[in-house]
Ligand binder design. Structure first.
Ligand code: HMG
Ligand code: MG
Length: 298
């Protein structure tokens, strides 16, 4: 039996826009968030507090957070890879922070410039500070099924990182198929590895659609009882440290799948499609959501 309600974490403003080569102004980022919350998204990953040398697009994180007109009942999260990131993020009052590690050593080095073990040491004081401030902490486990540098990643690697994250007080883990190579059984094995250390409600799926497998992987996750997924409006994005990675699965496509299965999301699909059309028009790009393309063509 599939779950009756699913929570979608909209990551377009962060995972989506971080990969855009053209500068996107702060006002556009803020308007995107406003449109997403108006569409009924209750969890929005708004920005990152990372090195502007590494990811210039996220350099205005504090300005984005300051300009948001927050809605009650909406949770705003931000990425914080280290204490410097947390110290910059804390005054902007995020509801949740995300520390991001990887199941592959090579990806950890390329993405955050340290080993998996070092990353956990860096995250520990961030997690402690956030929790002391009453801020929830999510951990992302990148390359949970495959790595652009190391190839296949075994579930044992995910299990290890989930255990280490649980050990430092991370409250939720996102199992991320960064390069979208996963297929349903492999993704289930990765999720099951994380589920050895976190309860069902605290494990989410983060799927990129590079190989067109993302919706199949969402369905496979639902079969395990997973009720939280990251998704990116109009399929925005990719990852700057994973060459060829396309965007996350489009939020519109996941909503269409879930509503078709009779699973509630609280999201208004038409308003969501408008939000995606807005940002793609600003970027001068075609819409990456098949559902949006089909419904906009009607
Ligand atoms: P580093 O160079 O090892 O850090 O970078 P450092 O501590 O040696 O500092 C070097 C310089 O960076 C210093 O500045 C610091 O002040 C500055 P300088 O003295 O040279 O002028 N610095 C910072 N500035 C602003 N904010 C900070 C910060 N930290 C240091 N927080 C670091 C380490 C992690 C910072 C760097 O590697 C980085 O920023 N990487 C970016 C990683 C990133 O944003 N990746 C994309 C997000 S993850 C993702 O997309 C995957 C996910 O979606 C799941 C999936 O799909 O897999 C979550
Ligand atoms: Mg991602």
């Amino acid at each position: 039996k599939l779950p009756s309600h699913v929570t979608l974490v909209e990551v377009g403003p962060r995972d989506g826009l971080q990969n855009e080569a053209q500068p996107v102004d702060t006002a556009t980022k803020v308007e995107l968030v406003h449109r997403l919350q108006a569409a009924g998204l209750k969890e929005i990953e708004a920005t990152s507090f990372v090195s502007p040398k590494w990811v210039p697009q996220m350099a205005d994180g504090a300005a984005v957070m300051a300009a948001l007109e927050r809605r009650s009942g909406v949770r705003y999260s931000v990425l914080t890879p280290n204490l410097k990131g947390w110290e910059a993020a804390a005054p902007t009052r995020p509801d949740e922070i995300v520390v991001f590690g990887a199941a592959s050593e090579a990806f950890s080095q390329r993405n955050i410039n340290c080993s998996i073990a070092e990353s956990i040491e860096r995250f520990a004081p961030v997690v402690a500070a956030a929790r002391a401030a009453g801020v929830k902490v999510r951990g992302a486990i990148s390359c949970a099924v495959g790595c652009p540098y190391e190839g296949d990643v075994a579930p044992e690697r995910v299990e290890l990182v989930a255990r280490l994250m649980a050990g430092i007080g991370v409250q939720h883990v996102g199992v991320a198929d960064t390069i979208g190579v996963g297929t349903p059984r492999k993704v289930q094995a990765a999720l099951e590895a994380a589920l050895r250390h976190f309860p069902l409600a605290e494990v989410s799926g983060h799927f990129h659609d590079t190989y067109g497998m993302a919706l199949a992987n969402v369905y496979a996750s639902l079969e395990l009882g997973i009720t939280t997924f990251d998704a990116s409006v109009s399929g925005l994005g990719g990852c700057p440290y994973a060459k060829g990675a396309t965007g996350n699965v489009a939020t519109e496509d996941v909503v269409y799948l879930l509503h078709g299965l009779g699973i509630a999301t609280g999201i208004d699909l038409d308003a969501l499609i408008d939000a995606g059309a807005f940002i793609r028009a600003r970027l001068g790009q075609p819409n990456g959501s098949r559902v949006a393309r089909a419904l906009l063509a009607k």
